[in-house]
Design a protein around this ligand. Structure first.
Ligand SMILES: C[S@@+](CC[C@H](N)C(=O)[O-])C[C@H]1O[C@@H](n2cnc3c(N)ncnc32)[C@H](O)[C@@H]1O
Length: 344
């Protein structure tokens, strides 16, 4: 069936404002609706503004009202309000009139993009210098082959964690370990846990290797590269016991918000890699980002907030320079702890 042109359209700017306003509020309905997608978006605006970057438009077909109940029931559709499961299924329904066809719904089929950059979404980090101090360079030369791996050097498919760590143990991934001071302290405090530090910043990884050497850490491995690609291609579903994201780059300017790591598609990916009962722990000192994290995680149906909203600051989370600076500048640090629901 050819696709009739929609006869209605929301103004792009007003919808963008609605989108921005909605995305900063925590979700009220935590069951399945995405909190970051407002109701009543037109088909075009939905695709332009709200579509996750890793999905591309494949086709749109119009279904007259008479055909709808059976089809929508099958696809689990949700009108103009897009549920996360609809994005994941890559099938979205938007109701409305079509020229010459009366009222009905558009079925929008999406497909995972083949563009590698887009598949990863907008990068959450910029390329930082690769220059290391002499100490970091020495630690790198001596320990990288044993402790570290670059993303591009990993064999295709899920990483064999038992082989990488030389033992079977609960495994926690920290995304964005920075200079590694908190990571090293956490690895010292929990020798029974395997820790993976994912970071793109070479000097930070060099510094972390110096700390691994200092504390003779055997339960730490370093991954250099984009953690999203690592999770997507090298971690099997349910393969992790915990994911930690402490003080991710806040990208405070509105035009850069799209670079923020914590977004619906990313959190769905993280949740899929957690085993039931596994935890996702986030912390940030940027209030707007904290609200976004809360809204996004509340919208992920496979995660359950361990608290009503903000978690009390766990004593065991080390204070890093980001937290010290926030305290000195009077910014509130927020923690969020989510548990992967069983049976999901
Ligand atoms: C603001 S720093 C926080 C470092 C550390 N968590 C702390 O609290 O001190 C955020 C770090 O996340 C890293 N990062 C951002 N996006 C990343 C990604 N997709 N994969 C791996 N690391 C990433 C950046 O390189 C940066 O070093």
């Amino acid at each position: 069936m050819s696709t009739p042109r929609a006869t209605w359209r929301a103004s792009a700017s007003s919808t963008r404002q609605a989108f921005a306003a909605t995305s900063s509020k925590p979700a009220q309905n935590t069951s399945s609706a995405s909190p970051s997608v407002p109701r009543n978006l037109s088909r075009d605006t939905l695709l332009k503004v709200a579509r996750p970057a890793h999905l591309e438009h494949r086709s749109t077909t119009f279904w007259p009202r008479a055909w709808l109940s059976r089809a929508q029931g099958r696809a689990g559709s949700c009108g103009g309000r897009v549920a996360e499961r609809a994005w994941r299924a890559a099938v979205v329904w938007v109701g409305g009139p079509a020229a010459g066809c009366g009222w009905g719904s558009f079925r929008i089929d999406l497909v995972e993009t083949t563009d590698r950059k887009k598949r990863r979404g907008v990068p959450s980090t910029t390329q930082r210098g690769v220059r290391m101090t002499a100490g970091q360079r020495r630690a790198w030369d001596e320990h990288w082959s044993e402790l570290g791996s670059k993303l591009e050097d990993l064999p295709a498919g899920p990483t064999d964690l038992v082989r990488w760590f030389g033992r079977e143990a609960p495994t926690v991934l920290e995304i964005g370990s920075g200079m590694g001071e908190g990571t090293a302290q956490l690895a010292v405090a929990a020798p029974e846990v395997n820790h993976i530090a994912a970071e793109v910043y070479t000097a930070g990884l060099g510094q972390l290797m110096m700390l691994a050497e200092k504390y003779a850490l055997e339960n730490l491995r370093l991954l250099q590269g984009d953690a999203i690609a690592f999770l997507t291609d090298h971690v099997e579903p349910g393969g992790l016991d915990g994911v930690r994201i402490y003080f991710p780059d806040p990208w405070p300017k509105k035009k850069h918000h799209k670079r923020r790591l914590v977004a619906p598609a990313f959190i769905a990916l993280v949740a899929s890699r957690l085993r039931p009962g596994g935890t996702l722990h986030l912390a940030t000192d940027w209030s707007h980002y904290a609200e976004q994290m809360l809204a996004v995680c509340e919208g992920e149906p496979t995660l359950r907030n361990q608290y009503d909203d903000w978690a009390p600051r766990p004593e065991w989370r080390p204070v890093t320079k980001f937290e010290s600076r926030a305290q000195a500048e009077g910014r509130v640090v927020r923690d969020l702890i989510y548990v992967k629901r069983s049976g999901s």
